[in-house]
Design a protein around this ligand. Structure first.
Ligand code: NAD
Length: 335
C-alpha cells in the first residue's frame, strides 16, 4: 500500500511536489488543507479527493478522526511550521515539515517532543539528500578522497527586486528572517554533510541594504564563516540582491564543485579528476519514497531527514544571527 499524505498549504512548493507525487511509489496525495476554496476545488478535481479529505485551517484538527490520512506535509510559510507540526502530531499524523524547520532551536525541540509524545515520525523536507551530485559531495568530503577538506565556499541567493512588499518572505513573523532562513539553511547543511561534522564557532556580518523599501524587517543579505573540528572553514553568503548558487570545496590534493549547486538543479559539477556525470532525479519523489517506505515498514526515519537535522541547522542559524548582531565570534553548542 501507499502512505496517504495530506498537503497543508497549496502554494509554490506544493505545486513543485505535484511531480514528486506523480512519480512516488510509496506516497499518494490523499488530502489537502487550504484556506482558498478555488484551490480546494482545483486540487480536489486533479487528485479525485473525497470531500472528507479536504480541510481548511479551521477544520485541521478533525484530521484526527480521518483514518484515510497517514501523514501531513506542511508547505506553509516558515512561521506556521511549528504550530501545524504540533497540531498534526496531536491529530496522530506523521509529519514532513518544510525548511527551515522553525525559528529557534527551542521551537524545533518542542516539535520533536510533540511528535515523540504522539508516537508519530517527524521529517524535514531536505531534498538534496536524495540528489546524486550531493551524495558525491558527501562521499568526496566525508571519505577524504582528495585528502582533508580545508575550505568550503557555499552560497545561495536570488534577486528579489520587484517582490511585492507584502510577500511573507519579507515579514519577520512569517519568515523568521531573510535569505538566511530561506536559502542559507542549504549552505549550512552542505557544509555539515560534506564534512560530516558539526561546526564549532561562527563569525557573521550583515551586508548593505540596497532595497530599503522591501527589507524593513528581515536581512537582505548576510555572510558568515564556520569553523569545523577537523580544521575546515566554511564561508557562505546568502542574499536577496543577486543570483548566486554555488559550492566549492578545496582539499589537500584536489577540489570538487557544483554550479548550480543548491537550487532545484539540474546541477553541474566536477572535481579535480574531471566532470561529474550523474542523472537528473526527481528529488521530491525520492524524498517522499524514502520517508514513505520507512513509515510503511514501521522503521525510524534515517537521521539525515529526521527532525533532529532541522534542529542542528537551527543551532547554527541562531549562532549566525547572534554573531552578526553582536559582531562577536560565537561558540556553537555541541551535542
Ligand atoms: P507560498 O507563499 O507559495 O505558499 C505558502 C502557502 O501557504 C500559500 O498557499 C498560502 O495561501 C498559504 N498560507 C496559509 N496561511 C498563510 C498566511 N498567513 N500567510 C501567507 N500564506 C499563507 O510559499 P512557498 O514558496 O510554497 O513556501 C512554503 C514553504 O516551503 C516555506 O517554508 C519554504 O521555505 C518551503 N520551500 C521549500 C523548498 C524546497 O526546495 N524544499 C522550496 C520552496 C519553498
Amino acid at each position: 500500500r501507499k502512505l496517504n499524505v495530506a498537503l497543508c498549504g497549496l502554494g509554490r512548493y506544493a505545486n513543485v511536489l505535484r511531480s514528486g507525487f506523480a512519480e512516488s511509489r510509496y506516497c499518494r496525495l490523499a488530502g489537502i488543507v487550504t484556506g482558498t476554496p478555488a484551490k480546494a476545488a482545483q486540487w480536489q478535481q486533479d487528485y479525485k479527493l473525497a470531500d472528507r479529505n479536504v480541510y481548511s485551517y479551521q477544520t485541521f484538527d478533525q484530521l484526527k478522526n480521518n483514518p484515510d490520512i497517514d501523514l501531513v506535509y506542511i508547505t506553509l510559510p516558515n512561521g506556521m511550521h511549528k504550530e501545524y507540526t504540533i497540531r498534526a502530531a496531536q491529530a496522530g499524523k506523521h509529519v514532513i515539515v518544510e525548511k527551515p524547520m522553525a525559528f529557534t532551536v527551542r521551537d524545533c525541540q518542542d516539535m520533536i517532543d510533540a511528535c515523540q509524545k504522539a508516537g508519530v515520525q517527524l521529517a524535514v523536507g531536505y531534498r538534496l539528500h536524495y540528489e546524486p551530485h550531493h551524495s558525491e559531495l558527501m562521499r568526496l568530503g566525508q571519505q577524504n578522497i582528495f585528502g582533508p577538506v580545508r575550505l568550503i565556499d557555499a552560497s545561495l541567493g536570488y534577486q528579489l527586486a520587484g517582490t511585492p512588499p507584502n510577500d511573507w518572505h519579507l515579514k519577520k513573523s512569517l519568515a523568521g528572517g531573510g535569505p538566511l532562513m530561506n536559502l542559507g539553511v542549504y549552505c549550512v547543511q552542505s557544509g555539515r554533510y560534506v564534512l560530516g561534522e558539526e561546526p564549532l564557532s561562527v563569525t557573521a556580518q550583515y551586508g548593505p541594504v540596497t532595497m530599503p523599501s522591501l527589507f524593513k524587517e528581515v536581512e537582505e543579505n548576510i555572510t558568515w564563516q564556520l569553523t569545523f573540528p577537523g580544521g575546515a572553514v566554511c564561508t557562505s553568503a546568502t542574499t536577496s540582491n543577486c543570483n548566486i548558487d554555488r559550492f566549492y570545496a578545496a582539499a589537500d590534493n584536489g577540489f570538487f564543485e557544483l554550479n548550480p549547486a543548491l537550487s532545484y538543479g539540474p546541477f553541474k559539477g566536477r572535481s579535480s579528476q574531471g566532470p561529474f556525470n550523474f542523472p537528473v532525479v526527481n528529488q521530491q519523489a525520492a524524498l517522499l519514497d524514502d520517508i514513505g517506505r520507512h513509515i510503511l515498514e514501521k522503521k525510524p526515519l534515517p537521521s539525515h531527514i529526521a527532525g533532529i537535522e532541522g534542529l542542528k541547522d537551527m543551532r547554527v542559524i541562531e549562532g549566525i544571527y547572534r554573531a552578526a548582531d553582536t559582531g562577536s565570534k560565537i561558540i556553537l553548542p555541541q551535542g
